[in-house]
Write a protein that binds this ligand. Structure first.
Ligand code: ADP
Ligand code: UVW
Ligand code: MG
Length: 400
């Protein structure tokens, strides 16, 4: 079964094509800088164990998601590296959807009613859900024979107990307006904790999963069930991220509005798009910020310390709610690649039984990698995430 997985961001599309049940993708790709001048498409095809890469910079850029996916369709269907004959060969398109709200608690076939309901979630995840919706509309036009399926970041966190997901505001805000913690990156937290359980041969386990990409979140996972997580009602709270503030006292919002005259859109723009590492250092990509540290930039150093300190506080908190700890898991772009972040996080956590092997920490690997010292009672693992594979699996299970 040909399952095409689409992970639409506000200015990017990640995709993978699977011939399920095989778990290795036939091709993968990334469309970047949609809506800007220098859009790029990096398309990789895997043929007999070999990787062939096509890099495109379309003339005049890619104005929108439709243009991006149309180009991807051309790459899939034409030339010597074509992987399907025509778009009708795709039976399922699996979409990553960040926020499912109260309505979508599990993997769902997308029809007109679902699309209507999805619009209600736009203001809950303004950076993400409108882009996913666009991705669905475009995929419907191109892959006309395919069943479109949504896989929600929030679904894995449905097991949170009320004491973790409720806010201490009057009950009516929960009962009437569904204001509660939902949690995000669930597909990734699920995937990496399952991988870790298999790797450690520990079906019963207490794990802390640390997903550090552009968006960052942590989850306390007990025997495969999420019991607490750092993102909340929307994907803004918790850890310090590329451009998002993470946890911040709500009093700051009142002050911005009442004293500095901000309107609410300006506050949202500030906290979602201009804060986090970008606000602290002027850059949001950790590779650039590491370079700044190397050239002696004090702001960059402080920002790294703050970033790691926030993660450390959540590790302490989740070790407490789990009442024990078998492993902490680093994943996603920063978690998998940034040795300095991992070292800062793991320093001075001996009390919890966390001891890093600094040499192993420097080694890059595409496989699961144990970076804990021999005397660490808690395993420290780097587990490459694969949200697209997890989405493909869930789609396959649903249509089988
Ligand atoms: N080699 C690297 N060293 C440090 N950070 C990296 C490296 N490669 C990627 N990153 C970080 O990973 C981030 C992207 O992570 P990713 O999981 O792809 O995020 P998203 O899915 O949210 O776009 C980049 O913004 C960058 O900060
Ligand atoms: C939920 C979320 O923050 O997603 P991303 O990391 O892809 O921005
Ligand atoms: Mg991501």
């Amino acid at each position: 079964m040909n399952i095409f997985v689409v992970n639409s961001g506000s200015s990017s599309i990640k995709y993978q094509l699977f011939k399920m049940p095989a778990k290795d993708p036939v091709c993968t790709g990334l469309v970047e800088r949609i809506g800007l001048e220098k859009s790029t498409i990096t398309h990789k095809v895997f043929l007999n164990g070999e990787e062939k890469v096509i890099k495109l910079t379309p003339e005049g850029g890619l104005p929108d998601h439709e243009a991006g996916l149309q180009q991807v369709n051309t790459l899939l269907t034409t030339g010597v590296l074509a992987v399907i004959q025509n778009p009708q060969d795709i039976q399922v398109v699996g979409h990553r959807i960040v926020h499912g709200g109260e309505t979508f608690t599990t993997t769902t076939v997308i029809d007109a009613k679902v699309k209507e309901d999805l619009k209600q979630t736009f203001q809950l995840a303004p950076l993400h859900n409108p882009a996913s919706y666009l991705g669905i509309e475009v995929a419907e036009k191109i892959f006309t024979q395919a069943t479109q399926i949504g896989v929600f970041d929030t679904a894995f966190h449905q097991t949170l107990p009320p004491k973790a997901y409720r806010f201490a505001i009057p009950n009516q805000y929960y009962t009437d307006f569904n204001i509660r913690t939902y949690g995000f990156h669930g597909t990734s937290h699920k995937y990496v904790t399952e991988q870790a359980a298999a790797y450690l041969n520990k079906p019963e386990n207490k794990f802390i999963s640390i997903h550090l990409g552009n968006g960052c979140s942590m989850a306390a996972v007990n025997n495969g069930q999420s019991i607490d997580t750092s993102m909340g009602f929307g994907p803004l709270s918790g850890l310090i991220m590329g451009t998002r503030s993470g946890d911040i006292d709500a009093t700051v919002v009142f002050y911005l509005v009442n004293q500095l005259g901000y309107d609410i859109d300006q506050v949202s723009n500030l906290l979602n798009k201009r804060s986090g590492m970008l606000g602290l250092t002027g850059q949001s990509d950790m590779r650039d910020i590491t370079q700044a540290i190397e050239s002696g930039d004090e702001n960059a150093k402080l920002a790294y310390d703050m970033y790691a300190y926030r993660i450390k506080k959540y590790i302490g908190s989740y070790a407490a709610v789990l009442n024990g700890l078998d492993a902490i898991i680093f994943t996603a772009g920063v978690g998998e690649n940034d040795a300095l972040v991992r070292e800062l996080v793991c320093t001075d956590l001996e009390y919890l039984g966390i001891r890093l092997n600094k040499e192993e920490n420097q080694i890059r690997s595409k496989q699961i990698h144990d970076i804990s010292a021999a005397d660490s009672t808690v395993k420290i693992l780097v587990v490459p995430t694969n949200e697209e594979l997890e989405i493909a699996r869930q789609c396959y299970d649903l249509v089988q």
